[in-house]
Structures are given as structure tokens and as C-alpha cells.
Write a protein that binds this ligand. Sequence first.
Ligand code: FAD
Length: 385
Amino acid sequence: MGHVFRTEEQQAAVDGLRRFLNAKIEPVVNKEYRDKFIPREKMSAIMRELTQFGLISGVISEASGGTEIDWLTMIMLFEEVATTSVDLSVPVVINSFGAYMIEQLAPAHLRERYLPGLVNGELFCSIGISEPDVGSNVLEIKTRARRDGDHFIINGEKTWISNGSYSDFLICTCRTGDDPRRGLTHFLLDRKEHPYEVRDIHKIAWNGQSTAQIFLSDVRVPATNIIGNEGEALKNTLSMFERSRVFVAAQGLCIGRRALEEAVRYATGRRQHGKVIAGHQLIAAMLAEMATNVDAARMLVYRAASMIEAGVPAEMEAAMAKYFACEMAVTVARQAVQIHGGNGVTKDFLVEKLAREAIVVPIPEGTTQIQQLIIGRALTGINAF
Ligand SMILES: Cc1cc2nc3c(=O)[nH]c(=O)nc-3n(C[C@H](O)[C@H](O)[C@H](O)COP(=O)(O)OP(=O)(O)OC[C@H]3O[C@@H](n4cnc5c(N)ncnc54)[C@H](O)[C@@H]3O)c2cc1C
């Protein structure tokens, strides 16, 4: 697919990564570990290789040991990873944003201790916001951190936490006060020093990596493990969402892109009524619609990434990208199954997996409905939450 807006440097970076993914990663994630959990050692080995291409390390400045890549190029690289495997893209995005939060907000002792391992792909982090009763409304977080001298004691439960069972540490959003906007604080919990219990959740798809419940029972953590200032977790989370949503939008884009690629391959090989099915106008129309929607999603994702790179507020544009790309994934993956006919619902073809993966992507990082509410608020100034 041609890209008039890629520089030669960006194209070379994308091409190099694509060659590596096709040769080394595709057989692992889509054959050996297809629909199977990738153990931590294996996932870590893959992360270490991906950091060589600027994944994870790219969001960190050279001064802090990263490779400092602009946000649009990061998205272009991330698109290649997520097109090969959405499972693989999850630890990339979570470790990237864990690293980003630590570089931007954490005190020096935490930066020195955790950033190098994240940037070289050896450490895994989790970001724990959601709870059993707290999904779309972050303001209602119940996990409590109670001050005890120069420590805090944390009790509560987090759920749907990506990287959970891989994690070496958890950036945990806790309630430290009752003020609606200044009552939340981020803590870094080291899994060995401040033990938390992890239980994996089995889902319809995205089971190649870990999504987990995390239980926190009288976890004692020093006040020096606060990330950002006490009471600033809501502000810092909302500002992170603007960036991280563009990556989840890219996951939707990639499920659609891969479904389209699989559908084109099948439609040009399968024969019915005396010719390949791509030669039937209704199939051609379906492919045309799929390709146009995939490209439209890419434009929205790239626009949001470009605005972030330019330092322009992009809350509405990130929400539009997330909304459109993730709903597009559901539609396009379903069309890809349809083009495969009966074969489309068997485990022999990738599209059944893509269709299951597509159903998941409109949920994390704010559901489709939450994105619609953000867009509506930006348009009218009226909060309809
Ligand atoms: C694969 C996966 C990975 C995840 N990873 C993480 C992670 O790493 N860290 C983390 O903290 N969380 C994570 N999440 C959690 C995710 O962010 C939440 O699932 C999401 O925010 C929705 O919350 P909920 O599931 O509680 O749904 P709810 O908030 O209960 O929503 C249920 C339904 O109600 C709708 N709804 C809710 N409020 C409104 C409203 N005001 N108006 C209209 N409709 C509304 C929603 O759109 C949805 O359709 C992950 C989730 C998944 C599925």
C-alpha cells in the first residue's frame, strides 16, 4: 500500500521491521503460539528484539537511554507489529506507556531503577486503573492507599490488567483522598518487594498475552514510590490517554488491515462459478469498501499522532481515531470471514481469529461509547457522560 506521506527514512524503518516480522515473528505468533499463551521468557525475547527497531525505546529520550523517535514514526512501526499480531502489540504498548510515565513523572531513583530494563525489553510493567466496579469512570476508583508514616498501605482489586502475569511492577492508581479531582495517586509497586497477587483472565481472544486480575492486600509501599505528585493521578492519566488511545486505535486499524490482506489473498485464489471470486462484482465491492475504511482509519490514526507530535491538543482527534478504527475492525473482520465462506469460520484460516480479536478492541482505553461522549463534548461543550 503506497504512502505519499512517508519519508524515505520512515519507509526504510518500516520495511526493515516488516522483513524481520515476516521472517522471525509471524511463524511464532501465528503458528507455534496461535491461540496459545506466550510464556514470559519467549515474550521477553521478542520484546528485546523489537526494541532494536525502536519499539518501546522510541518513546524515551536519548538522555534517558531511549532512541527518541517521533510519535508518527512510532505509530508507523507499531502498525507493523500489530498487523502481525495484536497479542504482541499489547506488551509493546503497555511497556511503552509505563516507560513514558516513568520518564515524565517518576523520581530519579525509580527512573534509574526501572527505565533501562523497560527500554531494553527485559522488564514488563502493568498499568492498573480498572476495577471490578470501575471501568468507564476513572473518578470512582476504590483501591485505597492509606498513609502510615513514610509509607502507604494499599488494599483493593484491579481487573483487566494487561501484562498482569508478566509484570515486574505495577503502576497502580489508588485513592488517597476524597476530593473528586485530586483524590487519586499513582504508586509504583514492585512485584517482589510489594507483592501483589495475579490471576489471568481467559477471554474470547487476545489470549497470547496476559490480561489479569490483581489483588492488593495490605501492600506496604514507601511514599517515595509515588509517580507524579500525590493527588495528580487523574490529570496524568487523562493526559496519557490522549496518546495511548492512538495506539489502541492503531490496533483496530491493524486488525482491519490484516483482515483485508487475508481477504484479498483468498478472493484471488478461490474459484466459484468459473472464475476467482474477486472477479464477482459483489466481492469486489466488499473489498473496495474494506480497503477504503482501513485507509480512512489510518488517516485518523496518523492525524492524531501528528497532532501529538506537534504538541497540539488532540483529545477529540484521538477519540475519533479510536472510535472509527476499532469499529472498522469489527466490520472489516466480519467481511473478511464472509469472503472466506465456510472456511472463514474454521481454525485453518486466520480470519476467524481476527474476527474474535476485533470484538475486543472497541473496549480497552475507553469504549466506543466513551469516545463518542468525548467527541460530543468537544463539539458542543456539553458533557453528556
Ligand atoms: C483486553 C483488555 C485489556 C485491558 N487492559 C487494561 C489495562 O491494562 N489497565 C486497565 O486499567 N484497564 C484495562 N482494561 C479495562 C478497560 O479499560 C475497561 O474494560 C473499559 O474501560 C470499560 O470498562 P468496563 O469493562 O468496566 O465497562 P463498563 O464501564 O461497565 O461499561 C459497560 C458498557 O456501558 C457503556 N457505558 C459506560 N458508561 C457509559 C456512559 N456514561 N454512557 C454510555 N454508555 C456507557 C460502555 O460503553 C459499555 O458498553 C482492559 C480491557 C480489556 C478488554
